[in-house]
Design a binder for this molecule. Structure first.
Ligand code: FES
Length: 143
């Protein structure tokens, strides 16, 4: 019995060695390239934000970017939920002004142009519309 286990173990080790030689290490980057956008915007179009006018906010954003000639510099995507549903329509902007992103909660279509001009065009987040950050909850440690 022990001899059989030893034989099987030896065969298994040989198979593993052989298969590890077939492993290919991929070091090349993906062929596709991503445009170097100035800003990346996520507009929530989930159910609650949609009910509160997310479609109009998104349209105003695209129209504003188009009128400023910035459609090629700013990428606008939609997301299903940003987790702050009761405050919608919500928009999250990532750019060099804040690596954590600027959150615009309850951004109505009539406020969008201010964001386009002040934040996206001139790099100054609109403080009166941007959500404040609250401190992260810290985990309790056991003693
Ligand atoms: S549906 Fe927009 S944040 Fe949840």
């Amino acid at each position: 019995m022990e001899a059989a286990i030893a034989r099987n173990g030896k065969k298994l080790r040989e198979k593993l060695r052989a298969s590890s030689r077939d492993v290919v290490t991929v070091t090349e980057k993906p062929a596709a390239k991503v445009r170097d956008y100035e800003s990346h915007i996520f507009v929530c179009t989930g159910g609650d934000c949609k009910k509160r006018g997310a479609k109009d906010t998104r349209k105003a954003l695209k129209d504003g970017l188009r009128s400023e000639g910035m459609l090629g510099e700013v990428r606008v995507d939609t997301v299903e939920c940003l987790g702050l549903c009761k405050h919608g329509p919500n928009v999250l902007v990532y750019d060099e002004t804040d690596p954590k992103g600027t959150w615009y909660l309850g951004l109505d279509e009539d406020e969008v142009q201010e964001v386009v001009e002040q934040h996206l065009k001139w790099g100054e987040p609109v403080e009166r519309l941007a959500a404040e950050r609250r401190p992260r909850k810290t985990k309790k440690t056991r003693k």
